[in-house]
Write a protein that binds this ligand. Structure first.
Ligand code: HEC
Ligand code: HEC
Length: 325
């Protein structure tokens, strides 16, 4: 019943379903004379339609087997509506429910994978990140739930952060990554159109570019620096290195969500940016979130590679290898 916004639609559907069957039977009943009509003296009436000179359309009654099939279909329909859910909120004599079926399968699945995840319950995130089995699970989870935004190599794209570069908007500790996955994030850079004109925004963009050592016009950088001090330091810091509490990016590392061109930075300043990472705690189980946390953490904290030479391939190569299978 929860599928309907109110009781009316349940009745509406019942009336249409039963009415349809009744109508079919009624149609058959009213045509019964014609259906049993045997052509008089073996001559079949024709409709008077003629094609190609001699191709005539006859008006034969349908064969008897067809009439029976038609009736049986109506009986089947009524039987189905009696046993199965089909009449609005009526659940059917057999009490079948596809929702319960799905829930049952999901419970079976959860039971089946429990032993696989149980192993990781007592392990820390860095330990899980080193476990080859966990990394495989983590990567598969990532390809299923995260890759559509962050890319199958986790290197992100326009507005989607790169998760492999050790540069973090919100922070890269296991706790913070886990919080990001569970609750999602909302990165808001406010628009400044009302306070800053396009020319000044261009000067500020020049200064922002200079922070990453990109080519700039020194005079405009000088003007931009002053305005940056007025409008931007509250979130991006006096040194432009950002603030992870606010999700304000470091503007000095030449890592960009929206690109480094003056036009793009001006657009960010004038129009602002509104960026959302959705919460995943309703899609993923706590065990899955822990494994994903470890996988993402492992992308920029190569476990067991203090001596260098990780045999398990770089994060960029790993998803590609899976995709090739
Ligand atoms: C619908 C797109 C989308 C999906 C799906 C998505 N993300 Fe994100 N993610 C984002 C965006 C956008 C941001 C940046 C949010 C911001 O600007 O503050 C982000 C940020 C992050 C961050 C923070 C990065 C930093 O620099 O602090 C992490 C970690 C992360 N995502 C991991 C994941 C994982 C793991 C998954 C899969 C469970 C996932 N994301 C699924 C869009 C997505
Ligand atoms: C209220 C806090 C706040 C203020 C003030 C603010 N920003 Fe931001 N800014 C942010 C946040 C948060 C983001 C990240 C948006 C996102 O996650 O998409 C951001 C993103 C940016 C980006 C995009 C960086 C990239 O990686 O592409 C630039 C450039 C930028 N800000 C420049 C400025 C400049 C210049 C000013 C001053 C005119 C300014 N910001 C003022 C919070 C702020």
């Amino acid at each position: 019943m929860s599928d309907f916004v109110n009781g009316f639609w349940g009745y509406f559907i019942s009336v249409v379903a039963v009415g349809g069957v009744v109508w079919c039977v009624w149609l058959l009943y009213t045509q019964r004379r014609w259906l049993t009509n045997k052509p008089a003296n073996g001559k079949v009436e024709d409709t008077g339609h003629v094609w190609d000179g001699d191709l005539t359309e006859l008006n034969n009654p349908v064969p008897t087997w067809w009439t029976w099939m038609y009736l049986l279909a109506c009986v089947f329909a009524l039987g189905y509506l009696f046993f199965m859910p089909g009449l609005g909120s009526y659940k059917g004599q057999l009490g079948y429910s596809s929702t319960e079926e799905v829930a049952k399968h999901q419970a079976q699945m959860a039971e089946a994978v429990r032993p696989i995840y149980a192993r990781f319950e007592t392990m820390t995130v860095p330990q899980i990140a080193e476990d080859p089995g966990a990394r495989e699970i983590g990567q598969r989870l990532f390809l299923n739930t995260c890759a559509q935004c962050h890319g199958s190599d986790a290197k992100g794209g326009f507005s989607f952060p790169n998760l492999t570069d050790g540069d973090w908007l919100h922070g890269g500790t296991p706790e913070i990554i886990m919080k990001t996955i569970k609750e999602g994030r909302h990165g808001v850079m406010p628009p400044w159109k009302a306070a800053i004109d396009a020319k000044t925004a261009g000067d500020i963009a020049q200064y922002v570019r200079s922070l990453s050592g990109l080519t700039t016009d020194p005079v405009r950088v000088f003007r931009g620096k002053r305005e940056f001090g007025n409008f931007c330091v509250a979130c991006h810091g006096v040194d432009g290195k950002g603030n992870q509490m606010l999700g304000a990016p470091n503007l000095t590392d030449d890592v960009w969500l929206y690109g480094s061109s003056e036009a793009s930075i001006v657009k960010t300043i004038l129009d602002g940016r509104d960026n959302r990472m959705p919460a995943h705690d309703h899609i993923l189980s706590p065990e899955q979130i822990k494994i994903l946390t470890a996988w993402v953490w492992g992308l920029s904290n190569k476990p067991g590679t203090a001596a260098g030479g990780d045999s398990t391939a770089t994060p960029a190569a790993t998803p590609a290898a899976t995709a090739a299978k």
